[in-house]
Design a protein around this ligand. Structure first.
Ligand SMILES: Nc1ncnc2c1ncn2[C@@H]1O[C@H](COP(=O)(O)OP(=O)(O)OP(=O)(O)O)[C@@H](O)[C@H]1O
Length: 523
């Protein structure tokens, strides 16, 4: 008998039919991956399992008993724990209180909870003091605190909704160790992720949610990331090409026409390749010599050419966040030399004025009002300045074009921004930010986080357009695939310095990813 059985689940939001007929099972001790494009309905399914939202039709059983939770507490009580995507824990709680909230242990003495929390936090590889207020933690840590809470609970089924999205490769390994432990305890795990190569390492079976149904249910051993990406979008996908290539090394388009429908699983899909772009110019957009942030950055030299994209990555305590903070002016910094757009500048002890515009998906609701419509969100200031119906029509056409180009799953541009899926919100927020940021030198934190394979290509196109216009970009990321796909060079930060630069030109994306992981692990 299956641990969890889901049969004919349906869920609509107004006219938007998200889950049309979803049926699947999860067995005791089984780790099942759930993938789908942005807006496919993965979190909606997680929310139904968590008792956050009710299905319109269909049935579920857990351990053979009817399962229809009325709230997250009810779901936990019945045996299902869910770590939600974009979870926000009450900032006033300490980490120990957050880990044990709602569990049978919650009433135990604080000292005991503190001790037990320390053990669970170590299991999820989270190096924080259990007395730290949750409000002091970066957002990505909330998912790990919730994962520690799941370990403290006595649930039979666990849903992990994009917990790995903002984690470093070594942190993902710790998460996978936790997943393995849950499985050995006989618990079932539903693991939702867009990071396909990593996901395939940990799951037994994969479900693809497409067009409101489970379009594929297959053992992980029979899949690879390229095939799975194709199954996810329902058509052959582009393999990311090296970002910069000489004409001789450029990868030709496939000679065979692409089939309109997906190949049946078992036959290799025909991969198209995105074209590599030309090398950036020799003109220096930013030169920083001996950048220091007291206590964190020991002396970093950066040279960023016009139209170039460089990446920075490293362990949490490597200093990479502080380098980014210094570049965007959030942290005071000192340099021996600073050249920005050909102009010599000076950063002294009292003058930390390097204010490069920075985009962060971590910002609450991406700095956008979630109650505002897509139309207003994308048209921004221009909306208030509209003087006649023609400019209004032109603005709305632009909004519709963006929504269409970015493949945002919505029936109308009057939909509230906050009602979009996490990935669709991120895509639109980034497009909005890129269109309003000065065409200059910018810092992007994890520009493809939580995006499906097609959306990653769209973001890369946005980057290519911006760099072709002369913008230079510093990408700060934990995800080696993102760095490999987006950057011309990647700096591995360790001990407050760039320990090594990896040149991505003319290398396949997998080769770059392997080098980044190897260098970051060694550092
Ligand atoms: N409360 C809501 N009101 C209206 N529409 C909603 C609501 N919640 C979800 N939706 C819609 O349901 C669809 C599925 O969203 P969901 O968050 O489940 O997608 P997802 O597969 O998790 O996507 P992502 O990978 O981007 O996180 C989206 O089109 C979204 O706009």
């Amino acid at each position: 008998m299956a641990l969890l059985q889901v049969q004919g689940l349906r869920k609509s939001f107004g006219a938007r039919r998200v889950l049309r007929d979803v049926s699947f099972t999860v067995d005791d001790g089984e780790v099942v991956g759930l993938v789908g494009t942005n807006g496919a309905g993965k979190s909606t399914l997680g929310d139904v399992l968590a008792g956050i939202t009710a299905a319109d039709a269909g049935s579920m059983t857990l351990m053979g008993h009817p399962y229809a939770p009325l709230s997250p507490d009810d779901a936990r009580h019945l045996g299902v724990g869910v770590v939600q995507q974009l979870v926000r824990i009450d900032p006033a709680l300490t980490v120990a209180q957050a880990v044990f909230r709602g569990t049978p242990q919650a009433g135990r003495p604080q000292a005991e909870l503190r001790r037990q929390a320390q053990v669970l936090l170590a299991e999820v590889a989270l190096d924080v003091d259990p007395d730290t207020p949750v409000g002091d933690l970066p957002h990505f840590v909330h998912g790990l605190v919730e994962t520690a809470r799941v370990l403290a609970e006595d649930t039979r089924m666990v849903v992990l909704d994009e917990v790995s999205a903002a984690l470093l490769p070594m942190e993902v390994s710790s998460l996978h160790a936790v997943t393995g432990r849950l499985s050995r305890q006989g618990r079932g795990v539903l693991y939702i992720s867009h990071r396909l190569p990593e996901m395939l390492e940990v799951v037994d079976r994969v479900l693809v949610l497409r067009d409101g149904r489970i379009a594929l249910d297959r053992p992980a051993a029979e899949l690879d990331p390229v095939r799975l990406a194709a199954e996810t979008v329902g058509e052959p996908v582009s393999l990311p090409a090296p970002r910069v290539a000489s004409a001789a090394a450029s990868v030709p388009e496939p000679a065979v026409p692409e089939p309109a429908v997906p190949e049946p699983a078992g036959a290799a899909p025909v991969p198209a390749r995105t074209s590599p772009r030309l090398a950036p110019s020799d003109e220096v957009a930013l030169r920083v010599r001996n950048l220091r942030v007291p206590g964190a950055v020991e002396g970093v030299d950066l040279v960023l050419r016009r139209g170039e994209v460089i990446g920075l990555t490293g362990h949490r305590s490597s200093g990479v966040r502080e380098i980014a903070g210094a570049l965007s002016g959030e942290l005071p910094a000192i340099t021996d030399e600073l050249v920005l757009h050909g102009e010599e500048r000076c950063l002294g002890e009292d003058d930390a004025a390097l204010h490069l515009p920075a985009y962060r998906p971590d910002d609450d609701a991406y700095g956008v009002d979630p109650g505002e419509t897509i139309a207003r969100t994308l048209s921004q200031e221009a909306w208030g300045a509209l003087t006649d119906v023609r400019s209004e029509i032109a603005t709305l056409r632009g909004v519709i074009r963006t929504v269409h180009q970015l493949d945002v799953k919505t029936l109308s541009i009057t939909t509230m921004f906050g009602a979009l899926s996490g990935g669709d919100q991120h895509k639109l927020a980034l497009a909005r930010w890129m269109s309003s940021a000065p065409r200059d030198v910018v810092v992007l934190h994890e520009p493809t986080r939580g995006l499906d394979v097609r959306a990653r290509t769209q973001v890369r196109k946005l980057l290519d357009e911006a760099t072709a216009d002369g913008t230079s970009v510093v990408v700060v990321s934990v995800d080696p695939d993102e760095l490999a796909e987006c950057c011309d060079r990647v700096g591995i930060v360790s001990g407050g310095r760039v320990a090594r630069w990896i040149d991505t030109s003319e290398l396949a994306v997998d080769a770059v990813r392997d080098r980044i992981v190897e260098a970051a692990t060694a550092a």
